[in-house]
Every structure is written in structure tokens, then in C-alpha cells.
Design a protein around this ligand. Sequence first.
Ligand SMILES: [Zn+2]
Length: 312
Amino acid sequence: MLYLSHPASLEHDPRALIPGHPDTPERLVAIEAALAERDWLGCERRAAPAASEEELELVHTPRLVSSIRELCAAGGGRIDADTAVGEASWAAALHAAGGACELARALLAGEDEVGYCCVRPSGHHAEPERAMGFCLFNNVAVAAALAIDRLGAERVMIFDWDVHHGNGTAEAFRERSDVLFASIHQMPLYPGTGPASDTGSGEGAGFTLNLPVAPGSGEAEWLALIDERIVPAAERFRPDLILISAGYDAHRLDPLASCQLESASFARMATRMRELASRLGVPLGAVQEGGYEIDSLVESLLATIPALAGDA
Ligand SMILES: [Zn+2]
């Protein structure tokens, strides 16, 4: 199994402008310390390269890309109430998107069957024309677009198990039938998008699968949605690559939401995705999103990686 990361992820710290911000570099420091203690769980480590602006523009407008570049170069600033950048956030954002792209590249080249890209900032709230919700560029969406545009994939499935709706990913592919976007998310919760009735638009109608769950939902609800809705949709869609937007903020200890998953629940979801990928004979990659209670984030990730690798 591949594991991609980059030290630039640790230099992005929204607390410089938003004191008490939950998205801290310490999240990744704790993950990597735990992985290092366990010999990286047998993963092959790789540095996440920087994405090119051309790659970012497979999803984002040149105007968004240049506005973030310029804001960082000017020393940083706030983008919205809970999104802020500093000078070092530019490199962090490029390596975060680039890591997801490298993961797709390696998987579709057959270098491995499964991989994990552990980077910051997260991406799934970033829309084509707008950075928001802690996210600058949509790492998983850029990787999916690259897979189709440049890497020979015809269809990509993205399963977003972060507790928040991946509005950015949904918007990036709203009108496309070559990306199946499936999301389980708590509702009501930020950002407020993703009702079950929104199934995509135009040619993309039917290729967005929004599965909102009520606050307090636990493993039984989440796993049933995977078994009854997501897996059958994936089997009909027949993707060439499966990507997971892997956030851990549906954990019962997470401060930003009120779902009730345990750390082992993420391993059970990962096992289902691994079995799906194996049945379809396609590679599986996970890209880090949220998860803000550090101990449960680390425990969940340590459970998820072996399950993705098929060792669980
Ligand atoms: Zn989240």
C-alpha cells in the first residue's frame, strides 16, 4: 500500500488568523507519529509532489487559483469565516492536491492496488470558483478529473464519508456522468447542501448520490447505506478507479458533528470499499479530509489503513 504525504502540510495553520481553529497541523503530526511507531503499517512512503496550476484548473477557475496564490504571497488573509491562509498555505495546498494526483497516477499505472494520501488542507468543500470550509483546492476532485482527462480512466467513483457534505466535489461533477459522487453526511450540518433529492443535473442527473443522516446516527445506519445504496450504485457504474474522501469527523468524539461512529466503524467502511474494489478489479485510493478530535482521528486512521490494504 502507498502512503503519500508532505511536510508542507504542517506549515498551513489557520490559527494565525482564526484563534482556536480546529484544523491544526498537530492533527497530521499525531497521525504520522503513530504511523512511524508502527513502521508505517508496512506502507511504501512517497512524497506528495506539488500539483501544477494546470492540474488545479482541471476543476478550478484560473481566477480562484490566482486569487489564492496572490493572497498567500501577500502574507495571507481570511477567505471566509472559517477559512484562512498564510504565506506557507500555497505550498501546502499545491502538495495536497498534487498528492491526490500522484495517488491517482500511481494507482492507474498499476504501481499498487491501494493508497492513502494524508495531506492538509482538506479539499471537499472547495468548489470550482470558491475556496471555503477549511478547503482551498479540491484535492480529490482534481485527482478524479486528472484520472479521466490524462490517465485513461473512463469513470471514477468518489465516496465521501466525511460527516460534512462534500459540496465542492458535488459541484465539480454535478453535470458529469463520468464521475459518480456518493456521500453520507449529517444533516442538518455545515455546509447545508446535499439533500437526497439532489441527484445531479443535466447529463450528470443520476450520478450524484446524496445520503443525509440525522444527528446521532451510528454505524448501523452508515453501513446499511453503504450496503444498500452505495455498493449497488458502484456496481452498476463500473468505475475504473475508486477514491474515498476520508474524513473521520463522524466519530462520536468529534467536536464538529454529532454522529456516533466508533474508530472501528471506519475500518468496516474501508473493508467494504476494499471488497468492492477487489470485486470490480479496480484500484482504491483514500484522500484525507476532516477529523478534529486528535486521539480518535489517529485511532480511526490506524484502523482504516490495514482495512484498505485488505489486512483487516
Ligand atoms: Zn468534515
